[in-house]
Design a protein around this ligand. Sequence first.
Ligand code: F6P
Length: 324
Amino acid sequence: IKKIAVFTSGGDAPGMNACIRAVVRTSMYYGIEVYGIRRGYNGMIAGDIYQMTSHSVSNIIQRGGTILKSARSKEFMTKEGRQKAFEQLQKFGIEGLVAIGGNGTFTGATIFYDEYGIPTVGAPGTIDNDLFGTDYTIGYDTAVNTALEAIDKIRDTADSHDRVFFIEVMGRDSGYIAIQSGIAGGAEIVMVPEVLTPITEVIETLKQGWNRSKSSSIIVVAEGDEEGNAAEVAEKIKSRVDIDIDIRVTTLGHIQRGGIPTAYDRILASRLGLGAVEGLMNGHKNVMVGIINNEIIYTPFRDTIRLPKPINEDMLRMVKILST
Ligand code: F6P
């Protein structure tokens, strides 16, 4: 393989830059020409493609966001869009792609391969940690730490005012960010989409706390929780308890997507970027490079897309035990 291109797609995640850097530097090391595609599939369609050098990725390992920018492309979902993208790649002589993103990105890559035969190796880049085939995704650790910092701050004011706080964290349909930030932040309750925590149980736990004269509580709610978002859950609680509780809701939102990547994310991203290029060199296609038990593993896109990534229910059990 002589020429490859790298792009970031879908929601950005801290550590994506470290991954781009690793892709570029690994390619250079092996004498492969490497191109950057701006704004994900949209840039591929528009031909917003440029040759990268070792220098293009200097001084970016510590930066959040993505220097290649990102997008969720509607046009790439159409046959015409993909045709245009293929023509652009042909123009540059690109023989392989490294896609840094999540399942939407990998679904697009699979369809593209079936139509035009350009191999892609994906690197898992999303704060959600919702991809089967890797223990952790790029950006997840940073997002958890960002959420944790916010939870710690909220706990201070919750305690001063004897309040119950519902804190909503991101994760789409996954409860990973919620569970880890919740445990690390000493949350009394963590609500995740994977396992239903009924409102009755939330009330019960809060009541037990009040009986022990616990005056403030933190409830971390994953945005995809079945009982609703944090504001909805808070409303349900208010309408069902007879005592006067002072409730506040904080939605952390996109703050979780930015910021300086942690050491863990930078190292993970570097290993995955290197693994993606070596994967392409070894003939891998339509696979995601991941790390499981500290080992590089290539998992077919069809599995990363299809298979759920269960959360460790033991962690939820621990929240209950440790909040008594
Ligand atoms: O997939 C990352 C993520 O931040 C999710 O946690 C969230 O549901 C979604 O993206 C938000 O998307 P957008 O940035 O398009 O609002």
